[in-house]
Design a protein around this ligand. Structure first.
Ligand SMILES: Nc1ncnc2c1ncn2[C@@H]1O[C@H](COP(=O)(O)OP(=O)(O)OP(=O)(O)O)[C@@H](O)[C@H]1O
Ligand SMILES: [Mg+2]
Length: 187
């Protein structure tokens, strides 16, 4: 028997207001994903992949408004309170952002950036979160993870930074993550 759906997006519309009326870069987008499945969203540049992905985490720029339904864990994510949504973000749904130099905080060590959500979401103390950050860097095959964990983003190569982003997304063992070896979302 097929696994149940973990995510169902129905009739997603992302729009912004202009003096001439509402303009929707994303319209009539529907897709569903079962536990354990990988979904690749492919399309020409500007077709709305990143906006669709950001809307799942409710991280759209404030000028954009998403409507429709994003069903995940029995809820419509578009209707959750901001407090409930921040429990979903990172903990249950994770995203590997493009452009690590923009997404990583340049003044915090890689270890601190991986450890923080573990303390926040998983209740680990600082030492345990730090150990797990080292383990995660090892998992994504960053050499000398015990040393790299203390470094700042600019000290890592581009490929290492991208892998640090993956380590960060997977650290809290989310049910759903993008794009990794688990379930692919896009961007
Ligand atoms: N903040 C915004 N306000 C208005 N329109 C936007 C905003 N951000 C993106 N868009 C427009 O929405 C459309 C979809 O953009 P999006 O970034 O989702 O494309 P994409 O499919 O991820 O493209 P790429 O493959 O180049 O990454 C584009 O036409 C873009 O110009
Ligand atoms: Mg994109």
């Amino acid at each position: 028997m097929a696994a149940p759906f973990i995510l169902e997006v129905r009739d997603l519309r992302i729009a912004f207001d202009t003096p001439g009326g509402s303009v929707a870069p994303v319209e009539e987008v529907s897709f569903a994903l079962r536990a354990g499945e990988t979904l690749a969203i492919v399309g020409e540049s500007g077709c709305g992949k990143t906006l669709s992905a950001l809307s799942l985490l409710r991280l759209l720029p404030k000028t954009l408004h998403a409507t429709g339904e994003i069903r995940f864990g029995g809820n419509n994510l578009l209707a959750l309170s901001e407090a409930d949504m921040s429990r979903v973000r990172g903990n249950e749904i994770a995203m590997v952002f493009q452009e690590p130099m923009t997404a990583l905080n340049p003044v915090l060590t890689i270890g601190r950036q991986i450890a923080e959500p573990l303390m926040l979401h998983n209740g680990l103390d600082r030492a345990a979160a730090w150990d797990r950050a080292v383990d995660m860097l090892r998992l994504v095959e960053i050499p000398e993870p015990g040393r790299r964990v203390n470094e700042y983003p600019h000290q890592l190569s581009g490929g290492m930074r991208q892998r640090a982003m993956i380590a960060m997304a997977l650290a809290c063992s989310p049910k759903f993550s993008s794009p990794t070896n688990r379930r692919l979302l896009s961007t």
